[in-house]
Write a protein that binds this ligand. Structure first.
Ligand code: GTP
Ligand code: MG
Length: 418
């Protein structure tokens, strides 16, 4: 039954918007590449034969082969990136582990995160890490070992260590979500460097706040800076450690309402990234620690809690899942828009350029033909044949390109409106 529920989740996951769009746009670029190759071949044959095509024209079209290739390479690496920020010990690493459903990142006392850690999916079941400026894969077998490897490296806090974890262990990694964990925002004077280095290409930010206290100035400042560099960043606020509220039920409602109001106010009135109504949907009260524990129990085939958990566990667990759902919707739409819109523009541009060149050549052939009508019939027939071929090819290219462009546009606008 565990497997079945995982399968259902796979099909319904909003992340599929991104995954499918990526596959589709890649297929389109495979086709574009084919047609560019065909066009290059055809132009070369014309060039050799009758000087209908200039060397410059042929070279220009040929240069698109590399361009299309380049776009496909970038496309392959495109992913959805989420970055977590907040004060030290608020539970950033624990939140990521809960989402990954396993203790992957070191957390807790003695495991303060002291540089940027990026978790991404690896193929072939490999787990390893790569430190900044190196290409060496350091194998990682366990969390303990990972913690050790991170300690022994003398790393600067704004440095990035990439952790590769087997895709098949987590649906989010399989679907191209990349997680970025950070040191506490209260420990650095280098917020600008952090933002320039790690935040500009993030699709979603998660502020991990501590529900036992109020939002801190350092946390707010950080997001003020982010929103001066990025227009309308997507931000979620997790009031973590909400399990602590279970011990003080008499203040529960009051505390929650106050946190909610302040968080909404921060997102809408201060940062102006959402309307107050939309901001309501971005604030959650969770316990990452409980969620992680429950999920690790489930992985082992045991019930998600053994009865010893604090009051209200189930509600907090559901709220964490609710957060994940909204997060998945948000990140996949944002990534489709920021990443694929550019690719489809460039694809369209290449298609249009090729079409124009073919039009010009066709035009030229027709002129040459009328000028030479009186010369040998043999040449006449040959030109006639070339013209026909060109007409056919141009028409075919136009149709194909037209369809491809329409298809990309439809997909993108469909994904954006979903
Ligand atoms: P730094 O990396 O040091 O900045 O901290 P962090 O934000 O990554 O926090 P981390 O995940 O290491 O958690 C700090 C401690 O808080 C750990 O001992 C966690 O087990 C604990 N913790 C995290 N989330 C929760 C929670 O929801 N409830 C409770 N009670 N404890 C939590
Ligand atoms: Mg940490």
């Amino acid at each position: 039954s565990h497997l079945r529920s995982t399968d259902i989740r796979t099909d319904n996951s909003p992340l599929q918007i991104f995954v499918k769009a990526k596959k589709k746009i890649n297929d389109i670029f495979v086709e574009i590449e084919d047609y560019v190759q065909d066009t290059v071949g055809f132009m070369k044959s014309l060039q050799a034969e009758r000087n209908i095509v200039t060397a410059e024209e042929a070279e220009r079209i040929e240069s698109y082969v590399d361009k299309v290739h380049g776009i496909r390479d970038v496309l392959k690496r495109d992913h959805m990136k989420v970055a977590f920020f907040g004060r030290t010990s608020n539970g950033k690493s624990t939140v990521i582990n809960a989402m990954l459903r396993d203790k992957i990142l070191p957390s807790g006392i003695g495991h303060t995160t002291n540089c940027f850690l990026q978790v991404e999916g690896s193929d072939n079941g490999e787990s390893y890490l790569i430190t900044e400026g190196s290409t060496e894969k350091q194998p990682v077998q366990s969390v303990g070992q990972l913690g050790h490897a991170l300690c022994k490296e003398k790393l600067c806090e704004s440095h990035l260590v990439r952790i590769f974890w087997p895709k098949e262990k987590c649906l989010l990694l399989r679907d191209d979500v990349v997680f970025v964990d950070s040191p506490g925002v209260d420990v650095t004077p280098n917020l600008d460097e952090w933002i320039d280095k790690h935040c500009l290409d993030a699709d979603v930010f998660v502020l991990v706040a501590n529900a036992e206290s109020t939002l801190m100035v350092t946390e707010k400042n950080f997001f003020h800076k982010v929103s001066t560099k990025l227009s309308k960043p997507n931000i979620f606020i997790l009031n973590n450690r909400w399990d602590a509220s279970a011990s003080e039920p008499e203040f529960f409602e009051q505390v929650r309402a106050q946190h909610q109001e302040r968080a909404v106010d921060f997102l809408s009135r201060e940062l102006k990234v959402y309307t107050p109504k939309d901001a309501e949907e971005r604030v959650f009260f969770v316990s990452a620690k409980e969620t992680l524990q429950a999920r690790m129990q489930e992985q082992r085939g045991q019930p998600s809690h053994n009865g010893a958990l604090a009051e209200g566990f189930q509600t907090r667990y559901f709220e964490f899942q609710d957060f994940e759902r909204k997060f998945e919707e948000c990140i996949s739409k944002s990534a489709v828009k920021t990443k694929f819109e550019q690719h489809s523009q460039r694809g369209k541009h290449i298609a249009t350029e090729i079409r124009q060149t073919l039009d010009e050549i066709l035009d030229r052939t027709q002129k040459m033909k009328s000028e030479q009508l009186y010369v040998k019939k043999e040449i006449h027939d040959k030109l006639n044949y070339t013209e026909q071929q060109l007409m056919l090819l141009t028409q075919e290219m136009k149709d194909k390109i037209h369809h491809m462009v329409e298809d990309v546009e439809q997909r993108v606008s469909k994904a954006l409106s979903e």
